[in-house]
Design a protein around this ligand. Structure first.
Ligand SMILES: Cc1cc2nc3c(=O)[nH]c(=O)nc-3n(C[C@H](O)[C@H](O)[C@H](O)COP(=O)(O)O)c2cc1C
Length: 308
C-alpha cells in the first residue's frame, strides 16, 4: 500500500489514454514537425500536442505576426501549417520516434473539413484529437465556429464520424458564456475541453499610428491571461462533467497547482516555453511533485477542484 511518504503519483487518464503526468504543450508551441514533437516528448510531457493542422497548406499572415506586450505575447500567426498530407507524414514519423501520446490539433473552414482532416490522421497512432474552434485571428475558422453552439456541435459530430478516439474541444474565452460552449461540446460527444485559447487583442505603434500586427488583431497569451483562464476553468468545473485541460499563462508549478485547484485535470503550457525554453516543463513537474509530497497528497488527482 502507498503511504504519503512515497513519491506522489502523477499518472492521469484522459478518456482511455494513460498519461505519465498531466502536463502537455499548448498547440502551436513547437509541435509542427516530427522532430519538434520528439523534443517535446523528451522534455518529459505526459502528452504532446501538434500545431493545428488544416486541410490545405497555409502560409499564415504576413509579418509582423508576434509582438511582445506587458504580461505576454500578441500573435496573429494565421494558422500556418503544411496541410493534412504533409502533416500525416510528419505524424507517421513522430509516432515511430516516441511512446508519448500525441494529440493532433486540427482546424477547418467548415465542419466537413474537420472530418476529412481527422479521417486522414485517424489511422496514424495519434492518441486523441484537439479541435481548434477558437483561433481569434483567422476569419471564418476558429472562433467564428467556437462562438456558435450549433456550429461547434456540428464540428464535434463530424469529427466523431471520422474517429473513435477522444475528442477535445479547445474553447475560446471570447464569448459571453464559456460554459454554454462547453456544454455544447459535451452534449455533442466530446470527451474533454481545453480552456482557454488566446484573447482577441491588438497593439498600436504610436509613432506611425498603425496597428503593429499585419493582421491587425491577434491573440493575447501568457501571464496576462492567467486569471481569466483560471476563472474559466473554475466556472467550467461546476457546469460540465467531462475533464478540463487548463491552459493560459501557466509559467511555473504554482500556476499549475492553481489551475488544478480550479478544476483542471490536465495542463497545457504555451508562451512560457517561448520565454523559458523546454526547461519549464521539468521545473513544473518537479515543483508539482514536491508540493504534493509537502502536503501529504498521494496523487495529483487529489488537487483537482479543491478550490470548490
Ligand atoms: C505563437 C502561438 C501560436 C499558437 N498556435 C496555436 C494553434 O496552432 N492552435 C491552437 O489551438 N492554439 C494556438 N495557440 C494558442 C495556445 O495553444 C494557447 O491556447 C494560448 O497561447 C494560451 O496559453 P499560454 O498563455 O500558455 O500561451 C498559439 C499561441 C501562440 C502564442
Amino acid at each position: 500500500m502507498r503511504t504519503p511518504r512515497e513519491a506522489p503519483c502523477l499518472t492521469v487518464e484522459l478518456a482511455s489514454v494513460r498519461l505519465k503526468n498531466p502536463l502537455m504543450n499548448a498547440a502551436g508551441i513547437l509541435g509542427l514537425t516530427a522532430y519538434s514533437l520528439k523534443r517535446l516528448a523528451d522534455a518529459g510531457l505526459g502528452a504532446v500536442v501538434t500545431k493545428s493542422y488544416g486541410l490545405k497548406p497555409r502560409a499564415g499572415h504576413a509579418n509582423p505576426t508576434i509582438v511582445q506586450v506587458e504580461g505576454g505575447l500578441l500573435n496573429s500567426m494565421g494558422l500556418p501549417n503544411p496541410g493534412v498530407e504533409a502533416a500525416a507524414s510528419e505524424l507517421k514519423e513522430a509516432v515511430a520516434m516516441t511512446d508519448t501520446p500525441i494529440v493532433a490539433s486540427i482546424f477547418g473552414f467548415k465542419p466537413e473539413d474537420f472530418e476529412v482532416v481527422a479521417k486522414r490522421l485517424d489511422s496514424l497512432k495519434v492518441a486523441a484529437f484537439e479541435v481548434n474552434v477558437s483561433c481569434p485571428h483567422v476569419k471564418e475558422v476558429g472562433v467564428e465556429i467556437g462562438q456558435k453552439k450549433e456550429a461547434l456541435a456540428e464540428v464535434v459530430k463530424q469529427v466523431r464520424r471520422a474517429t473513435k478516439k477522444p475528442i477535445i474541444v479547445k474553447l475560446s474565452p471570447n464569448v459571453a458564456q464559456i460554459t454554454e460552449m462547453a456544454k455544447a461540446a459535451q452534449d455533442s460527444g466530446a470527451e474533454a475541453v481545453t480552456a482557454i485559447n488566446t484573447l482577441k487583442a491588438m497593439a498600436i505603434d504610436i509613432e506611425t499610428g498603425a496597428p503593429i500586427l499585419a493582421g491587425v488583431f491577434g491573440g493575447l497569451s501568457g501571464p496576462a491571461i492567467k486569471p481569466i483562464a483560471v476563472r474559466c476553468v473554475y466556472e467550467l468545473f461546476k457546469e460540465i462533467q467531462i475533464p478540463i485541460i487548463g491552459c493560459g499563462g501557466i509559467s511555473n508549478w504554482e500556476d499549475a497547482v492553481e489551475f488544478m485547484m480550479a478544476g483542471a485535470s490536465f495542463l497545457q503550457v504555451g508562451t512560457a516555453v517561448m520565454f523559458k525554453d523546454l526547461a519549464v516543463f521539468g521545473e513544473i513537474l518537479h515543483g508539482l511533485r514536491d508540493y504534493l509530497k509537502k502536503k501529504g497528497l498521494r496523487s495529483v488527482e487529489e488537487l483537482v477542484g479543491r478550490a470548490h
